[in-house]
Design a protein around this ligand. Structure first.
Ligand code: SAM
Length: 302
C-alpha cells in the first residue's frame, strides 16, 4: 500500500506551482458558458489543516504558500505586488480562511469545486483507503449532489471513461505521487490514451524534477506526444533549491527533499503563458531556499 500522504506536503512549493496553474487554467476555461467537466485522476484528501499533525510535522507550507502571505514574510514590505495569477491563487486560499491566515489549505478537488458553476461536473479518483475516506467525508459537507463523483478507483485505469464528456469540454488534472517508479510510464500511457479518446481536452500533468531518469524523461516524452499529435503544449517549472546531496560536518549525508517540479499542459489556454510569465519569477524569488532557485516556461505546437 502507498505511504505517500499529501497532508505532509500540502501548501509546499510544488502545490503553489500546481494550484496557481490549475486556477489560471480554470479561470480561462470557465469564461465560456458551456459546461466543463474536470477529471482529477489523483485527488488526495481534498482539504488539509496546515496547523494539523500531518502538515505540522514537515512544515512544508512554511516554505511554500506561507511565504506568499505578507503577514508571514518580513521581507515583503517594499516588495512589488504579486502578479495576477499568484494574487488570484492567494485569493482562492483566503476564501477558505475567512478569519485570516492559512490554517486550511484546499487541495485540487476543493479549489476546483470552489471555481466551478452549478452546471459543471467534477470527477475525483483516490485510491488510498484513508485519503479516500477523508475525501468522501470532506466532499459530503459540500452537499454538491451529483455534481461531484468520488471514485475509489485507479485514476490511471478508469478516468478515461469520462472522456469525452457530453459538453465536449474537459480539464484533466493528472497529479500522481510518483512513489512507484512505474507511475512515470503510466502517466504517459494515460495521457496517450486520453488524447486518443478526446483530442481537444486540456491535460495538466504535475511531475517532480529529481535526479532520476524516468522523471527527467517524462516532460520530454509528453512534449513528443503533444508534437506528434499536433497539439499545443506548455511546460512550466519551478526550482527552489539544489538537488545535490549535502554532507554535514559529521559526515552524514542528507537528501535535500523535493527541489523542483513542473506542470506540463497539452491544449493549454492561450492566456496561460502570459499569466505565468509574470508569476513564475516571483515564485522563484519568494520561495527560494538557496541560490539555485529558478524557473522555466516553454511552449510549442499549433
Ligand atoms: N491532486 C491533489 C492536490 O493537488 O490536492 C494531490 C494528490 S497527491 C499528489 C496524489 C494522490 O494520489 C495521493 O493521495 C495517493 O493516495 C493517490 N493515488 C496514488 N495512486 C493512485 C491511483 N492509481 N489512482 C488514484 N489515486 C492514486
Amino acid at each position: 500500500m502507498f505511504s505517500y500522504r499529501h497532508a505532509f506536503h500540502a501548501g509546499n512549493h510544488a502545490d503553489v506551482l500546481k494550484h496557481t496553474v490549475l486556477i489560471a487554467t480554470l479561470d480561462h476555461l470557465l469564461e465560456k458558458d458551456a459546461a466543463l467537466t474536470v477529471v482529477d485522476t489523483h485527488a488526495g484528501a481534498g482539504l488539509y489543516r496546515l496547523d494539523g499533525d500531518y502538515a505540522g510535522t514537515s512544515g512544508e507550507a512554511a516554505d511554500g504558500i506561507l511565504r506568499l502571505f505578507p503577514e508571514s514574510n518580513a521581507a515583503a514590505a517594499g516588495t512589488p505586488p504579486l502578479a495576477d495569477a499568484l494574487a488570484r491563487y492567494l485569493e482562492v486560499v483566503r476564501d477558505f480562511n475567512p478569519k485570516g491566515g492559512a490554517r486550511i489549505y484546499p487541495g485540487s478537488p476543493f479549489i476546483t469545486h470552489h471555481l466551478l458553476r452549478d452546471h459543471d461536473k467534477l470527477k475525483l479518483f483516490e485510491l488510498h483507503p484513508t485519503d479516500a475516506r477523508t475525501l468522501d467525508a470532506n466532499i459530503a459537507q459540500l452537499e454538491a449532489g451529483r455534481q461531484i463523483a468520488v471514485l475509489r478507483e485507479d485514476g490511471f485505469g478508469s478516468a478515461t471513461k469520462f472522456l469525452p464528456p457530453p459538453s465536449r469540454r474537459a480539464l484533466v488534472l493528472c497529479d500522481p505521487s510518483y512513489e512507484i517508479k512505474s507511475d512515470y510510464a503510466r502517466v504517459l500511457e494515460f495521457v496517450t490514451g486520453a488524447l486518443k479518446r478526446f483530442a481537444t481536452g486540456t491535460y495538466a500533468v504535475w511531475y517532480p524534477i529529481i535526479p532520476r531518469p524516468e522523471a527527467h524523461d517524462l516532460p520530454r516524452r509528453l512534449k513528443t506526444l503533444a508534437t506528434k499529435s499536433g497539439k499545443p503544449w506548455l511546460n512550466a517549472t519551478l526550482t527552489v533549491k539544489s538537488s545535490k546531496i549535502v554532507t554535514d560536518t559529521s559526515g552524514a549525508k542528507h537528501r535535500p527533499g523535493l527541489p523542483a517540479s513542473g506542470m506540463f499542459l497539452i491544449n493549454p489556454p492561450h492566456t496561460l503563458k502570459a499569466r505565468l510569465q509574470a508569476a513564475l519569477p516571483q515564485m522563484a524569488e519568494r520561495l527560494a531556499q538557496d541560490r539555485n532557485a529558478a524557473f522555466s516556461l516553454d511552449s510549442g505546437g499549433a
